[in-house]
Write a new protein. Structure first.
Length: 586
């Protein structure tokens, strides 16, 4: 591993906050030209969309609930002012002339929002909710045409004269999670302008636009061979990462839609307190403790000790990017390499080093790594990793936004399709709580499996905080109740039988009930209950003719076979007692 500078716990906590950015400016300049290159993340999203034009998994739906007397025309004007401020919302994607397969982005001077109003005020409350759910689903699953400008759609739903819901959907190629507060801030400012005396005024212009960042990023990594960050990731990840092969509940279909499922839970407050205490005593972060448990859990489920885990990175460490809407989000890959003899403390120390290095080289595009590492390519599986661990710091409770007499409450809509097999997200709230959630591919996992997986992960956390000095192999996946259920309850085969009835008589009762059912199988040979009973009776008669009866021992010397079972039953039927003899030493 490359050497990196030491860092304190407070510094690492600050760096892990995705809102942290550099105080210094970069050399990003305005791009001059008719079309700009795509950023590395944009290019990957472009090709994914072209592979399946009906794919909506990279749609980013948002819902803004509006309470108060709303002028619809004012809202439409405000939204168009936001689109005017951000070039990325007026961008279309084209192929460069003379260069096959290399897309470019072109900004249109003006794009009018295709604003649609649905008035459902005449419906009953239940009918309104049903209609709202239908419209939200349609909006979230409708794919974008990236060849056309305007990767923002809006639908306004009117519940009553003072209650609305604004559905805003964007493609990930033009936005990310960190763009949400920027959009809301700009929309608030645009509302204020639109309702004021100078309603035609535009919002203040930005110093740079997303296309300028994309061109700068391309230039920065044009000579990737000399890039220190890229060299670090190549050395760290190695030449190949094996895909994570988790046991699944349903067969994986190569071309199937990946419906998303959710499992939300709250981490116990006592456990949360112990996690923070352990992070302090071991000079690490809650991120590393939670990641350690996730790695061990996936290793236990898959039986693998080496695989990759993706970790989202906001990638907004440059000051100029703080006001931009756009696709800055990148993904870093943590290579899991577990050794059974390692202690929990060893794993936490290793993750601390890896986290520091990951933050130090966070600007390296994930897409560049794909070109340098051997990965198994599949149309329905992400290369390098199939699971995500997303750690988020919550800045505080969001009471909503008030604009004049309007109260706005913002929420992120749920995705309709899963991007990965499994995604574990943990949010550290301002109140000190840890809120967990697993997003999963419902086409391959049953909800009960994910619920059990979430409980196993939390139990591993209990073991980690209880005794960091123990070996990873000693961590228990099951709590006491589940251990008892599996070891004792499932193996409780005791059955009460009538002591006056012999074994061969119980067998004969089954012959009467199921004569044609299969009683014995050995390789390709089978015997029904009736056939087995007939052959045992035949041999029992012969044994009786030779004097076998009560208290007469009969030796049986034979390999495991159908004949062995026939012989045992025959001896019992004749009234004797069998004495097993070793065929190798009779």
């Amino acid at each position: 591993m490359n050497q990196v500078h030491d860092i304190s716990e407070d510094e690492l906590l600050a760096l892990l906050d995705t809102d942290t950015f550099s105080d210094t400016t970069s050399s990003i300049k305005r791009f001059k030209g008719d079309s700009a290159p795509l950023s590395f993340a944009q290019q990957r999203l472009w090709f994914l969309q072209q592979y399946d034009l009906e794919d909506s998994s990279y749609n980013l739906p948002r819902v803004i609930h509006i309470q108060g007397k709303l002028e619809v025309s004012t809202l439409e004007l405000a939204l168009n002012k936001v689109i005017e401020r951000h070039d990325i919302l007026r961008t279309r994607y084209v192929y460069a002339e003379g260069v096959d397969g290399i897309p470019r982005q072109v900004v249109e001077e003006s794009v009018n929002l295709n604003f649609t109003l649905f008035d459902i005020s005449e419906l009953s409350s239940d009918e309104q909710q049903q209609r709202f759910t239908e419209l939200a689903h349609i909006e979230a699953t409708t794919p974008f045409d990236l060849f056309k400008a305007g990767q923002l759609r809006a639908k306004l739903i009117c519940f009553s004269t003072d209650k609305y819901a604004l559905l805003i959907t964007m493609h990930h190629i033009a936005s990310d999670g960190q763009s949400n507060p920027i959009l809301i801030k700009d929309l608030s400012q645009a509302f204020t302008v639109a309702m004021g005396p100078n309603s035609k005024d535009s919002l203040p212009k930005l110093a740079i636009q997303y296309a300028d960042f994309a061109a700068w990023q391309r230039d920065s990594f044009s000579n990737s061979e000399n890039n220190i960050g890229l060299e670090y990731w190549k050395n760290y990840l190695g030449e190949k990462i094996s895909p994570l092969e988790l046991p699944i509940d349903f067969p994986r279909e190569s071309e199937s839609v990946r419906p998303v499922g959710y499992c939300d839970f709250m981490i116990d407050q006592t456990l949360t307190s112990k996690i923070y205490q352990l992070s302090s005593s071991h000079d690490t972060t809650p991120f590393n403790i939670l990641m350690a448990a996730w790695q061990v859990l996936l290793s236990r489920y898959s039986g693998q000790v080496e695989f990759g885990i993706g970790v989202p990175n906001a990638n907004r460490h440059l000051e100029e990017t703080q006001e931009l809407v756009g696709c800055f989000m990148s993904t870093q890959v943590y290579k899991v390499q577990l050794q059974s003899d390692d202690t929990v403390s060893d794993l936490l120390a290793r993750l601390r080093e890896e986290s520091i290095a990951a933050l130090q080289y966070a600007d390296v595009p994930f897409e560049l790594l794909l070109d340098t590492i051997q990965v198994e390519r599949s149309s329905n599986r992400t290369p390098l990793f199939q699971t995500i661990f997303d750690w988020r710091l919550e800045g505080g409770s969001d009471p909503g936004l008030t604009i004049n007499n309007l109260q706005l409450t913002i929420e992120t809509g749920e995705l309709e399709q899963a991007k990965f097999d499994l995604s574990l997200g943990v949010t550290a709230s301002a109140a000190g709580e840890l809120i967990g959630g697993i997003e999963y591919d419902a086409s391959i996992f049953d909800p009960s499996t994910i619920d059990r997986l979430a409980k196993h992960w939390q139990h591993l956390l209990q073991g980690i905080v209880a005794k960091p000095s123990q070996r990873i192999a000693e961590l228990s996946l099951l709590d006491q109740a589940e251990q008892k259920h599996i070891i004792e309850d499932w193996n409780d085969m005791a059955v009460d039988y009538d002591s006056s009835v012999c074994i061969h008589q119980l067998f004969e009762a089954q012959v009467e009930l199921n004569p044609s059912q299969t009683a014995l199988i050995l390789n390709d040979e089978k015997l029904s209950y009736q056939a087995l009973n007939a052959r045992a009776n035949q041999l029992a008669h012969k044994l009786r003719g030779q004097g076998v009866g009560p208290d007469v021992p009969v030796g049986i010397c034979i390999e495991r076979s159908l004949e062995m079972v026939i012989g045992l039953l025959a001896i019992l039927k004749a009234g004797g007692a069998y004495v097993p003899l070793d065929p190798a030493n009779p």
